[in-house]
Write a protein that binds this ligand. Structure first.
Ligand SMILES: *Cc1c(COP(=O)(O)O)cnc(C)c1O
Length: 224
């Protein structure tokens, strides 16, 4: 049996090797793709083991859980990213806690974030979440609304997102969603593309992902 830290290091090395291989197969440099370790719902010992293995980019989907875990744990070089839906009344807390917010998806939230940033003098980087499958229950800007939304962010709020994020519909082939997100980002001149999870990150890299969000394939299944 491996000890947890060796286990985490080995698992991380395997995922990084798969990322590098997919990048190279796509004619891209491995360093163009960042591994986000999705630590939501993972036991703290696994998170600490992943930190000990050298991982520094982590993603959480709930503000409260993220605060409980990370508020007092700020290792050097940590980059904390929010990948879950954000309520307007948690915008301030999110601005204080996260380095990157990937789930910006509506004007009201954008206004709350802009106000919180002005108030605290802290500017997390932003991604706009796109609902590429136009699923009614899913967060995200509809593809046709991306351009006007970016326009509103720029002109009215002086917010400049650095890219786009998507979560493709669960039971659909993700390739067309990755291709669509890449096209929207290219059109808008945005360099960052957060797409691909445990089951499809290699495919996402083929379509240009700069950030892949990997949880269970890295840490093991989420308990419960
Ligand atoms: C949970 C989650 C992931 C990671 O999912 P895995 O299948 O465990 O890799 C990625 N992105 C978002 C937005 C998530 O909520």
């Amino acid at each position: 049996m491996l000890q947890p830290i060796e286990d985490a290091a080995q698992s991380r090395a395997e995922i990084l090797a798969r990322i590098a291989a997919s990048a190279e197969a796509a004619g891209r440099a491995p360093a163009e793709v960042t591994l986000e370790a999705v630590s939501k719902q993972q036991p703290m010992e696994r998170v600490l083991a992943m930190l000990a293995a050298g991982q520094r980019v982590f993603a959480e989907n709930r503000v409260q859980e993220a605060r409980a875990r990370w508020a007092d744990l700020r290792p050097d070089g940590l980059e904390l990213r929010l990948i879950g839906p954000l309520q307007t009344n948690k915008a301030e807390e999110a601005v204080l806690l996260f380095d990157v917010i990937e789930s910006l998806d509506r004007p009201k939230l954008a206004r709350a974030l802009a106000e919180a940033m002005a108030r605290h003098g802290r500017r997390p980087r932003l991604l706009v979440q796109v609902n590429t499958g136009e699923e009614p229950q899913k967060a995200g800007v509809a593809p046709r609304d991306v351009e006007p939304f970016l326009e509103l962010l720029h002109t009215e709020l002086h917010l400049a997102p650095e890219g786009l994020m998507c979560i493709p519909p669960e039971h659909e082939e993700p390739a067309m969603h990755f291709a669509l997100l890449a096209k929207l980002a290219r059109r808008a001149g945005l360099p960052v593309l957060s797409m691909g999870m445990s089951g499809d990150f290699e495919k996402a890299i083929r379509f240009g992902a700069t950030h892949v969000r990997v949880g269970s394939a890295l840490f093991g299944p989420r308990p419960g």
